[in-house]
Write a protein that binds this ligand. Sequence first.
Ligand SMILES: [Fe+2]
Length: 408
Amino acid sequence: MKINRDQFLEEGYVILPQVIPPQQLAGLRQAYEIMVERQKMIWARQRGPHDPPGGVWETSAQPRLNLGALADQIDAQTASAVEIWLHENMQAVSSQLLGVADAGVTEMMLMCNPVRDHGTGGHRGWHRDFYPPHAAPLQGYTDDILENGPRYVQWNLPLYDDSVLWVIPGSHIRRNTAEENAALIKDSHAPVPGAIQTHLAAGDGVAYILPILHWGSVYNAKMRRTIHGGFSEFTHYPALSYLEHLSPAAQATFTRWNQRSEQTLDQIEALLRAALNKDGAAYQAGLEKLHPGRGEKGARLSTIFLSKSAKRIHHLKSPDFDRLPAQEQGWATHIHPMTLQWGRPLAARFSVQEADALWARFKPVDDLLQAAEDQWTPGFQGEETRYYFEQAPAELSVASFLAGVCNE
Ligand SMILES: [Fe+2]
């Protein structure tokens, strides 16, 4: 498939025709419908006392399947639901778009229509797919993308015609404009100046660079079955029990990605230990190993992510962990390789004393990312916080971080 990477990098998205080969569409629809029926039974079983009989299927504005969590339902009938992710039109194209040798699948999901009309207010309005306190300020991402290209590419691949997604071209490499902020404050569930609606025929795909400003415009009862997820070099596969049902080539691919995932975890541990040991040269070498060739802005973004890792390891090792707010506990255990978060498997590699010292090393980074007062900017996930939404402080760099760590 021919792609225009320059245009993708500039606009932040690209629409690709017939990603699903037309002769595979009917079979793929069937495989996913089997998955949907199985998930519906799970939701019905899990419904609460006040829920309708179908549970989430009936209450959600966007019922969503996560194939990773449904590993035991991948069998001969449904293997194609996983294997489409490995098709060259997705996997090889994602590698090209990311500029890497072997992009790995991060998550495999399916977005479905709700059973009743939720209109334009049924879901989140315009947003960028992250919340700065748990990741990085927007500028951390945009500077990295401008310097090195994206680390992650997200996909929507509809099995039926789908015009739900809107994007603002170019917004993945800049802050919100004043005009956008005014429009978002006025109504975050309406078209914004400069936005475009994607119109995908069944089998077409749209690949986009987060943090692009985007909006799932309408959640009505029209048939929607849209494959959703992404690719990155940084991945993690908690359950690969479905491997036996996949083709030998697909098995080899997942096995290779899983091995790389273990290596990435080792590399993250080594980076954190370099900081712990106040070894600036080892830290720099570790960053180069983690993402060869990325420049200063990429290194800065990774250092911000690692400050979150250090904080979460500190939380997980704390005797007071169970008394932390539920949300903090959730984030501490969350595994999110794209932002170098590995939850308990990473924390298990450090002692309590090491976790304390590690947090002391990275706390100055965390302090720099916060203002004295609560902040809020439209177009992000989450509520008010002291963490900067957009701006990365000028004094934050890898050099300044290491100077602080090594001179402590
Ligand atoms: Fe989103």
